[in-house]
Ligand binder design. Structure first.
Ligand SMILES: CC(C)(COP(=O)(O)OP(=O)(O)OC[C@H]1O[C@@H](n2cnc3c(N)ncnc32)[C@H](O)[C@@H]1OP(=O)(O)O)[C@@H](O)C(=O)NCCC(=O)NCCS
Length: 179
């Protein structure tokens, strides 16, 4: 059942707000630097493209067993959005499993925002009884590897489309890795 819903998560400096279509315009500017796509592919969306993407994301996964949970990351002191975090939660043998990802706009990078947001996301998932958390990271993406480390994930031997699987919880990082 697709019962999981993103809730607001607060940290020392940040508010992780459930993503909605009204965030698209501000986020299109936050995410406008093509360099954000160096390791993950693709290109920045237009405000219109992002609106339709956010509408689809907010409507949720068509598969009732899978939850799409998306947040925008608001920096309280500057009253502005700075990036997004996401978790896709699905059932797995060892209990629910979340795949997480993050992006922070170029002007706000290097201030620990992604690390703080990812740590809070993993903490929130744990409180929702989601203890297995994975992320796929390009082997040369050092900033993202540091974010995953800050969130308590560790690299595994598993590769997926050239990316390293990082994992926290059941089965990892040393244990067997399910597909
Ligand atoms: C990865 C990303 C989210 C990091 O955002 P950020 O807010 O700058 O990250 P933080 O400030 O929390 O820094 C995290 C760590 O990366 C390190 N770091 C930051 N930029 C770095 C760089 N260019 N090279 C190496 N390390 C870097 C920081 O020193 C910090 O390390 P520490 O925790 O050991 O101090 C951001 O670069 C980004 O959005 N990239 C494009 C999208 C993307 O690739 N997402 C990843 C998908 S899995």
């Amino acid at each position: 059942m697709n019962a999981r819903v993103a809730q607001e998560i607060r940290t020392g400096r940040l508010e992780l707000l459930p993503l909605c279509v009204e965030h698209a315009e501000e986020m299109a500017a936050v995410l406008s630097d093509p360099a954000l796509h160096t390791f993950v592919g693709g290109a920045p969306d237009t405000p219109r493209g992002l609106r339709s993407r956010y509408r689809r994301l907010a409507a949720g996964s068509p598969d009732p067993d899978v939850s799409w949970l998306n947040w925008v990351v608001r920096l309280r002191a500057e009253s502005c959005l700075t990036g997004t975090v996401q978790a896709t939660v699905r059932p797995a043998e060892a209990g629910p499993l979340a795949e997480i990802a993050w992006v922070v706009g170029t002007p706000w990078q290097g201030r620990g925002i992604a690390g703080e947001a990812a740590r809070a996301l993993v903490g929130w998932l744990g409180r929702q009884q989601v203890h297995t958390v994975i992320a796929h990271i390009h082997p040369e993406h050092r900033a993202s590897a540091a974010v995953a480390t800050a969130a308590g994930l560790a690299p595994t031997a598993h590769r997926h489309e050239g990316e390293i699987r990082w994992q926290r919880g059941e089965g990892g990082p040393e244990g067997p890795v399910s597909h």
